[in-house]
Write a protein that binds this ligand. Structure first.
Ligand SMILES: Cc1cc2nc3c(=O)[nH]c(=O)nc-3n(C[C@H](O)[C@H](O)[C@H](O)COP(=O)(O)O)c2cc1C
Length: 353
C-alpha cells in the first residue's frame, strides 16, 4: 500500500499539511531545527518540553522557548508539569505566544521530571492525568494533544486504558511512543500497541518511535491506522531523512550539508545567544557531518575550536561551494521581525541579533 504522506489531516480544527511530524526533543528542538524540519517536509513541528514551573516564575530561559516564527505554523508547544492551575496558566501563555496546539508531556522518563509527578509518572495516576487535560482544555481555545509512552513498567499496556480517558477529558489527539519509561530508548517501539490505541479512540493518533525511512513510515501508517508518524532521532542533523520519507531520496552534497549546518548555527546563535549556542551546537557537528559525509577527525577538530567564527571558517574551507547555497538559504529565510513576541518576554532573550 502506498500512503500519501502529503495528505492533509486535522487536530481539532488545525489543518496539518502532511503526515510527518517532527518530534519534540529536549536540547534539540530549537527554532532552527523546527524551521528546517518544515522546509524538508514535516507537516507539524513541536517545541521541546517547556516547564510550567518555569513559565509560572517567568524564568527568562523558559520563556525563550515560547518564541514562535512566522514560518513555523502549525506548531505545537509542549508543556510539562503536575499542577492543574499552573498547567492552565501555561496553556494560556502558549496560546498568547502564537502556537497552534498545546501538547502535554506524559512521556518523559527522566527522574528529575517524574519525581515531581510530571511526565511518564502521570500514566500511573490516570485521574490526575485527566484533571490536567481537563484544566488545560478548559483554559485555551487551542486543541490540546497528549504525548505518552506505553506505560512506566516494561511490557505495560497502560496507554490503552489511559488513552481513551484522556480523550474523554478533552485531548484532541494522542501521540504514542510505545516504549516503557523504564526502557528509556532501548529495545524497539512496539507499534502493535499504536494500532490498538487507534482502534480505541476517535481522535487522530501519531505514531512515534523508530521511524527512520520512507519504508518504515509507510509500513507503520499502514499497519496502525495512525494519522501521522513522528520523526525524532533520525532527523537530528539530518533533515534529508524527512525528504527521503517524502519521496526525495537524493543524498545531499557536502556543500548542502555544510550550508544547512551554517544556517542552523546562525539561527541558533540568534535564538540562544553566542555563549549558550557554542556549547549547544557541539553535538550537532557530528550529527550533520557523520553518516560518512566527512571524515571523523574533522568533527573532532570543529568541537575543539574556541569560537563559532572559526567553526564557520573551517567548514567553508572544507566545502567552499557551500557559501553560495548558504547565501541563498539566508536570503530565503523569513524576516526575524515577523516573529510573534509575547509582550511579557524580557527583551534580553532576543540578544544576539
Ligand atoms: C534527545 C531527546 C530528547 C527528547 N525530548 C523529548 C521531549 O522534550 N518531549 C517529548 O515528548 N519527547 C521527547 N523525546 C522523545 C521523542 O519525541 C520520541 O518520542 C522518541 O525519541 C522516539 O522517536 P525516535 O525513535 O524517532 O527518536 C526526546 C527524545 C530524545 C532522543
Amino acid at each position: 500500500m502506498n500512503i500519501d504522506l502529503k495528505e492533509t489531516w486535522l487536530i481539532g480544527s488545525v489543518e496539518i499539511p502532511g503526515r510527518l511530524v517532527l518530534a519534540p526533543m529536549a536540547g534539540v528542538s530549537v527554532q532552527a531545527f523546527r524551521r528546517q524540519g518544515r522546509r524538508y517536509g514535516a507537516g507539524l513541528v513541536c517545541s521541546e518540553m517547556v516547564s510550567v514551573a518555569g513559565i509560572q516564575h517567568r524564568n527568562e530561559r523558559t520563556l525563550g522557548y515560547l518564541r514562535v516564527g512566522s514560518d513555523e505554523h502549525p506548531l505545537a508547544i509542549q508543556i510539562f508539569g503536575s499542577d492543574p492551575v499552573a498547567m492552565a496558566d501555561a496553556a494560556r501563555m502558549v496560546e498568547a505566544a502564537g502556537a497552534d496546539i498545546v501538547d502535554m508531556n506524559f512521556g518523559c522518563p527522566v527522574k528529575k521530571v517524574t519525581k515531581t509527578g510530571a511526565g511518564a509518572s502521570l500514566l500511573d495516576d490516570p485521574d490526575h492525568a485527566c484533571r490536567l487535560v481537563a484544566a488545560v482544555a478548559g483554559a485555551t481555545a487551542l486543541p490540546v494533544s497528549v504525548k505518552m509512552r506505553r506505560g512506566v513498567e516494561n511490557g505495560s499496556r497502560t496507554c490503552l486504558a489511559v488513552g481513551p480517558q484522556l480523550v474523554e477529558a478533552g485531548a484532541a489527539s494522542l501521540t504514542l511512543h510505545p516504549r516503557s519509561a523504564k526502557q528509556m530508548y532501548t529495545g524497539t517501539a512496539d507499534h502493535s500497541l499504536t494500532a490498538e490505541l487507534v482502534s480505541l479512540v476517535d481522535v487522530p493518533v501519531i505514531a512515534s518511535g523508530d521511524i527512520t525511512s520512507r519504508a518504515r513510515a509507510q509500513s507503520v501508517l499502514a499497519t496502525t491506522g495512525a494519522a501521522a508518524v513522528m520523526v525524532g532521532r533520525a532527523a537530528q542533523g539530518n533533515p534529508w531523512a524527512l525528504a527521503e520519507m517524502m519521496g526525495d531520496d537524493r543524498e545531499p552534497s557536502r556543500e548542502e550539508v555544510v550550508a544547512e549546518l551554517l544556517l542552523f548555527m546562525r539561527e541558533t546563535v540568534r535564538e540562544l545567544g553566542v555563549e549558550r549556542a557554542s556549547g549547544f551546537l557541539k553535538k550537532f557537528y557530528g550529527w550533520y557531518l557523520g553518516r560518512g559525509r566527512f571524515p571523523r577527525p574533522f568533527k573532532q577538530e570543529l568541537v575543539m575550536l574556541p569560537t563559532l567564527a572559526e567553526v564557520e571558517q573551517t567548514l567553508l574551507a572544507a566545502a567552499p561551494g557551500a557559501r553560495f547555497i548558504f547565501e541563498r538559504l539566508l536570503a530565503e529565510a523569513p524576516d526575524p521581525q515577523d516573529e510573534v513576541l509575547l509582550d511579557s518576554l524580557p527583551i534580553s532573550i532576543y540578544g544576539g541579533g
